[in-house]
Design a protein around this ligand. Structure first.
Ligand code: FES
Ligand SMILES: [Fe+2]
Length: 476
């Protein structure tokens, strides 16, 4: 890779020529995050550093060893994590109350305590100063100095942390239910995206995304429509218990209505550009087989989860059923232009053999779904600039609902700008819906009943690319 990179630079004129800082060729750089402050823009209401009054995943528990504390930034707050005398992972504010040094640069000289790197103030899991090394055993700081302690809880090998100011909310309200379920198997992985948490979150379920962005991912190359057939109509959505936005099927069928076989065509002609999309028909050579392989999943029991635990949910959770398992992407704000992303693969193995199969397949699944597939989202969204007004379409209906939910019903949300009840961008979505004869779902005022097949929407969309209304599946 290094050699290739050097050759490319050489072509551009050593050491890089004009290409060196050309946009799109400069590695990981993303535009700075600039939030609007505009009464005509709902994005003005979203906290750039995330919703604080929630539990968040911090890191895998095995990442915290006995001898060395770990420092992390979450929602713009620095925390230090270490193991207490009982072996539990505990968190303190990462600023020594003596003079403010990072405790995470210190050490755990004595098992269960963290010592500051500057004067050796030593704290227990509750943040009490139990020793002050440089003042010796008679130090009067002991018992008086206290570091701010931050609640944590470890579930299935993941440390969760309460980022709110006040009393923690019940963790069951914020963490997916299978994390408390002894029969469930949950695997996790973490990534970093160099963009704002809300830009990351808004990526899911814009209906054009999968068909286009993921067309060449390994997962979507196994399906006819690359996950979701194209449509000018956005997915209808509804709010469940003011806690999540769920997608409904129906939009997928738009281009099927005039075709002789009643199916969405594989290729369509774009007359103004005088070309077809997709440009090639390669995938038809294998999808007859791969779609059948993917459909084998339908023989397995569906992964059950409460209704409000599918879809998009504060503080930054997206859950999509893949039939026998649940795909979870949880975006965790770090800084205003940096997001830690945690993925969960949750399943309830039907037998010991099934469990073994899932453990063996996990590295491959992890690569295909969380790296190959999901990182394409980051490449697509990393240049999204909140600083410009938006011109939304019917396919952004889901997005409108998500923003409504987050800015009106999220815990601890503060309205810092008097945003119009319906912004110009939202009016554009309504207009597009009307001109396409599509039912209007958002703003949040209209919670629509779901069509019969809504339960499998996530699976239909992500696994086979087929639409929900036209296929029967095994009864439960
Ligand atoms: S700054 Fe931490 S002990 Fe002095
Ligand atoms: Fe995507």
């Amino acid at each position: 890779m290094g050699l290739l990179k050097s050759l490319r630079k050489f072509r551009g004129g050593w050491p890089g020529g004009w290409k060196r800082f050309a946009l799109g060729t400069s590695g990981d750089r993303t535009p700075p995050f600039v939030q609007p402050n505009d009464p005509d823009d709902r994005r003005s209401l979203l906290p750039a550093l995330g919703l604080r009054e929630y539990w968040y995943p911090a890191l895998p528990a095995r990442g915290v060893k006995w001898r060395k504390p770990v420092g992390l930034r979450i929602c713009g707050i620095d925390v230090v994590l270490f193991r207490d005398t009982g072996g539990e992972v505990r968190a303190l504010h990462n600023a020594c109350p003596h003079r403010g040094a990072w405790l995470s640069w210190g050490d755990c000289f004595w098992k269960g305590f963290v010592s500051c790197p500057y004067h050796g103030a030593t704290f227990d899991g509750d943040g009490n100063c139990v020793e002050f090394i440089t003042e010796g055993p008679d130090s009067k700081m002991v018992g008086r100095l206290k570091a701010k302690s931050i609640p944590t809880r470890t579930l299935k090998g993941i440390v969760f942390i309460w980022m709110g100011e006040g009393e923690p909310a019940p963790i069951e309200d914020d963490v997916p239910p299978e994390l408390f379920d002894t029969t469930a198997m949950v695997r996790h992985t973490f990534r970093y995206w160099h963009c704002n948490w809300m830009v990351s979150l808004e990526n899911t379920y814009d209906s054009h995304n999968c068909f286009f962005v993921h067309r060449n991912s390994i997962w979507m190359a196994m399906t006819r429509y690359a996950g979701r057939p194209r449509t000018p109509i956005g997915y209808r959505a509804r709010v469940v218990n003011n806690r999540s936005v769920r997608v409904q099927t129906g939009a997928n069928e738009y281009y099927a209505k005039d075709t002789p076989d009643g199916k969405v065509p594989f290729q369509m002609y774009y007359p103004r550009a005088r070309g077809y999309w997709p440009k090639h028909r390669y995938r038809l050579a294998w999808i007859w087989l791969t779609e059948r392989i993917l459909a084998l999943k339908l023989k397995l029991p569906r992964f059950e989860t409460p209704e409000e635990w599918e879809g998009t949910r504060p503080p930054g959770i997206q859950r999509i059923s893949t039939w026998d398992s649940m795909y979870t992407r949880w975006v965790i704000p770090v800084e205003d232009n940096l997001t830690r992303v945690m993925y969960l693969y949750s399943s309830r193995p039907a037998s010991r053999l099934d469990r073994f199969r899932r453990i063996i397949m996990w590295p491959l699944y992890n690569f295909i779904v969380h790296y190959n597939f999901s990182d394409q989202d980051f490449d697509a969204i990393r240049t999204v600039q909140y600083s410009y007004p938006e011109f939304l379409s019917s396919t952004d209906s889901y997005l409108v609902m998500v923003r409504r939910l987050f800015t009106e019903h999220a815990r601890g949300i503060k309205r810092t700008v008097a945003v119009a009840n319906e912004t110009t961008a939202e009016k554009l979505v309504d207009e597009a819906n009307r001109s396409l004869d599509a039912a209007t779902n958002g703003p949040a005022r209209d919670a629509q009943p779901s069509p019969a097949n809504e339960a499998g929407a996530g699976f239909d969309i992500l696994m086979t690319g087929r639409t929900g209304g036209s296929r029967s599946r095994p009864s439960q």
